[in-house]
Design a binder for this molecule. Structure first.
Ligand code: NAP
Length: 479
């Protein structure tokens, strides 16, 4: 922790907030303050914007190979420092060290992937149908970007945006979540070490998100917003972006259905459920939120899932053998408690868990609820905690209708051994991604994103860089 930067990163320099403000970073496992970091205000945001705007033209002209190799070097440094970064992430966010190491590898992979994409940006050339004009198509960076990230994947949500922005030739301001600023500051230091020119990436940590971001979005100099967070905040930022017609990518909330048909391999379904529910303590946009299990296998599925969930070890993420760390803060835990209480009041049975432990930290036990009523609040709220809610269904049409009966559409999970059914149900689900007999979809090489109110655009995959590029079309007469 001693070497981790705690200041703002603007124009390649580490600086205090203009008004000297700082904010605490808490350890969710103990509730104690880990350290304080600079707390940026509007003045600092303006300085970061000046740096990004000033650097844009030169950065756009930098050779793709140079941009590519900076990302490649940063990828290698991140991997070399896996342990250090994992400890930092566990300290500020709470996830167990093994998961934090997994996130470091996942985060680094976005840099490797986009280092490869940086040198494959292609335009086009053709003769128009009338034969009188040629069409030259070139791709160019969209311009200075504002990147806003959540606390649940503090490193990977940053690299998933910074990677394609660097590859495309955009400059940027990153505003991480106030709960987890340290991973982003450490990442900025790594990119500087990897040779990123001053001013390309600027990081403003702040507890005053509105004061910092709104003038940037309305001011007309920022040309792109890439946001990951809740649908409510995404909606607000879309409205703010409308004024200066800022291009947006929105990775928003989810309400994933996890469907287990009567012909599923139940061992595989329970394995998948453990990943889809328990990755990141359930604090993931991709977390299975509603388990729809065919009534002929629901009893057995619930029993096996409860056994596995009940065997998980809860404790501080730094302790050996711990599977489940604390939730991010008291507010996050209070929300989970209220959702479980509401479900139980409406008739749900608790198969395991459900009781908040005494003592410090924001711990909540892995919990399985069955006979959950469709009217329960957790049916249309992201639980964001280690709670699996099981409902039963009778036939395919019914489960597809119920799974789609939500404003969200990020991801769905389908477990069945029937090929026709697997494809048919996947195609009928209104989601951007489907895990077919698997509980994990996230991969830097695949386009990640949702439909409906889960967002706009895709991150990762071949298309991830498109979000940071514009087309320019040149009409040239054929002479
Ligand atoms: P959040 O409350 O929406 O916050 C996300 C980010 O937006 C934070 O940095 C937050 O900073 C900032 N923010 C809030 N209000 C703002 C404003 N008025 N102007 C500018 N920035 C503002 O979400 P969260 O609780 O951190 O993260 C959980 C949510 O993220 C869940 O809904 C989850 O599903 C979603 N998520 C989606 C994906 C995906 O790829 N689809 C991935 C991960 C997470 P402050 O906290 O200071 O307000």
């Amino acid at each position: 922790m001693t070497d981790t930067p705690t200041q703002l990163f603007i124009g390649g320099a580490w600086v205090d907030a203009a008004d000297g403000a700082t904010m605490p970073v808490d350890d969710p496992a103990t509730g104690e303050v880990l350290c304080r970091v600079a707390d940026a205000g509007a003045k600092d945001a303006k300085l970061a914007e000046d740096a990004a705007v000033r650097t844009q033209e030169e950065w756009a002209r930098t050779a793709p190979r140079v941009r590519s190799e900076i990302l490649r070097r940063a990828y290698e440094i991140i991997l070399e420092r896996t342990d250090e970064l994992a400890h930092l992430m566990t300290a500020e966010m709470g996830k167990p060290l093994a998961e934090a190491r997994g996130e470091v590898a996942y985060a680094a992979e976005f840099f490797r992937w986009f280092s490869e994409e940086a040198v494959r940006i292609e335009g086009g050339h053709g003769v128009l149908p009338d034969g009188r004009n040629r069409m030259l198509l070139s791709r160019r960076p969209v311009g200075p970007c504002l990147l806003i990230t959540p606390w649940n994947f503090p490193l990977a949500m940053g690299t998933r945006k910074i990677g394609p922005a660097i590859a495309a030739g955009c400059t940027m301001i990153l505003k991480p979540a106030p709960q987890t600023p340290l991973s982003s500051l450490a990442l900025a230091a790594i990119l500087k070490e990897a040779g990123l020119p001053d001013g390309v990436l600027n990081v403003v940590t702040t507890s005053r998100a509105g004061e910092v971001c709104e003038p940037l979005l309305r001011g007309g100099r920022i040309r792109k917003l890439s946001f990951t967070g809740s649908t409510a905040v995404g909606r607000l930022l879309l409205a703010q972006s409308a004024e200066a017609v800022v291009r947006t990518s929105m990775e928003l909330g989810g309400n994933a259905p996890f469907i287990v048909f009567e012909d599923a391999d139940l061992d595989e379904a329970v394995d998948g459920a453990m990943v889809a529910k328990m990755r990141n303590m359930g604090e993931a946009c991709t977390a299975a939120n509603r388990f729809f299990v065919h009534r002929s296998v629901s009893e057995e599925f619930g029993r096996r899932l409860a056994e596995r969930m009940g065997a998980l070890v809860v404790g501080p993420g730094t302790r050996d053998g711990v599977d489940v760390g604390p939730l991010i803060d008291r507010a996050g835990r209070t929300k989970v408690e209220a959702l479980v209480a509401d479900a139980v009041e409406r008739g749900a049975r608790v198969l395991v868990g459900g009781r908040t432990p005494e003592g410090p930290g924001c711990f909540y036990p892995p919990t399985v609820l069955t006979d959950v009523s469709a009217e329960s609040r957790l049916m249309d709220t992201e639980i964001f905690g280690p709670v699996a809610a099981i409902l039963t269904f009778g036939d395919e049409d019914e489960v597809v209708r119920r799974a789609n009966d939500t404003p969200w559409g990020l991801v769905g999970y389908v477990f069945t051994e029937g090929l026709d059914r697997a494809l048919r149900v996947s195609e009928r689900l209104e989601v951007g991604m489907v895990g077919l007999n698997t509980g994990l979809v996230s991969n830097p090489a695949a386009p990640f994103g949702g439909v409906k109110q889960s967002g706009l655009g895709r991150e990762g995959g071949r298309v991830g860089i498109d979000e940071f590029l514009e087309y320019q079309y040149l009409a040239v007469p054929v002479r």
